[in-house]
Design a protein. Structure first.
Length: 202
């Protein structure tokens, strides 16, 4: 008995590639088995394309938050002072939730932080099927404005501006890896401290 393609397989192709589905329908009348195989192949290819597009979208979203000056940052470029006993390069794999990079100005703390973010984000491009992490970077002054500035300071002129701010807050709160840069550049009030803890523990 000839096996006919199942409705779920067809439906998934309708959603991802309507033109391909219609072509498969025409082939189905001539050779059901061949048509079923082609439909499944088209479905897999379409899903692979979606996976790659999602990985690229995650990378693009991260890059929009990263200053161009830190694009070259990587584990390989870190000096020993930036990566003592490989604590920086091994931090993400260790599963430890928080990493605080402290030291005098000019010691490469920010570069080390972006090295982690760049490596984690780039790995998703290399392995898009495992791309499930959102990586973001934000300066402390911008974060303070988002989290604890008085309501009047957040007055927006239109709904589009309000929507952008809401999306930024959501992206920061839900990021799997968040780099907060330049901690000493903003006054750490008690309200800000509480908001930061709530963010980290979100």
């Amino acid at each position: 008995m000839s096996a006919e393609p199942t409705q779920p397989a067809m439906a998934s192709v309708i959603a991802l590639d309507p033109a391909g589905f219609r072509a498969a329908q025409r082939r189905l009348a001539k050779d059901p088995l061949e048509a079923a195989a082609i439909i499944e192949e088209d479905r897999k290819r379409a899903l692979e394309e979606v996976i790659v597009e999602r990985a690229q979208a995650r990378w693009d979203a991260y890059v929009r938050t990263r200053p161009e000056a830190y694009a070259p940052a990587s584990y390989a470029r870190l000096k020993s002072l930036q990566n003592p006993r490989e604590r920086v390069s091994q931090w993400w794999a260790s599963g430890t939730k928080t990493l605080l990079l402290a030291g005098n100005p000019g010691r490469g703390k920010t570069d080390a932080g972006y090295a982690i973010c760049n490596e984690v984000a780039a790995e998703q491009l290399r392995n898009p099927s495992n791309a499930r992490l959102d990586v973001r970077a934000i300066r402390i002054a911008e974060l303070r404005e988002l989290l604890v500035m008085p309501l009047g300071a957040h007055m927006v002129k239109d709904e589009q501006s309000a929507a952008v701010r809401a999306r930024t807050i959501s992206a920061v709160r839900t990021a799997h890896l968040l780099l907060i840069d330049d901690l000493t550049a903003a006054a750490i009030t008690e309200a800000f401290r509480q908001a930061m803890h709530a963010l980290i523990d979100y």
